[in-house]
Write a protein that binds this ligand. Structure first.
Ligand code: ZN
Length: 114
């Protein structure tokens, strides 16, 4: 016998899958990709192939232990700023991110470690 709680969980699971499919179909449509089997988009995104550790679409940090494009960009920005100014700038950035409710702590820690 299924309880009301179980039925609610089941229907919210179905709804979450439908929403995920609709979202990925929309993304595919915007990129001009024809989708023949939309149900497959429950398990992978429209713009990647769905193969784990695929060299073309996975994070270079995970597959090759190389910095991502964003991390390279942080390193370039760091090179522009003097060391003394950097700590002040990072503290200011942390304060602003705190005020604005952005969770930039990982990024700020990453820059400080380099
Ligand atoms: Zn791929």
């Amino acid at each position: 016998m299924s309880k009301q709680e179980d039925r609610d969980k089941h229907s919210s699971r179905l709804h979450a899958d439908d929403t995920a499919i609709r979202k990925q179909v929309k993304i595919a449509k915007a990129h001009g990709i024809e989708i023949k089997e939309p149900h497959k988009l429950v398990k992978h995104h429209a713009l990647d192939c769905g193969v784990p550790n695929c060299p073309m679409c996975s994070s270079p940090r995970k597959t090759y232990k190389q910095p991502t494009i964003q991390e390279k960009s942080f390193d370039q920005t760091k090179a522009w700023v003097d060391e003394g100014e950097l700590d002040d700038a990072l503290d200011k950035m942390a304060r602003l991110s705190d005020e604005m409710g952005l969770g930039l702590y990982d990024e700020i820690d990453y820059i400080k470690k380099r």
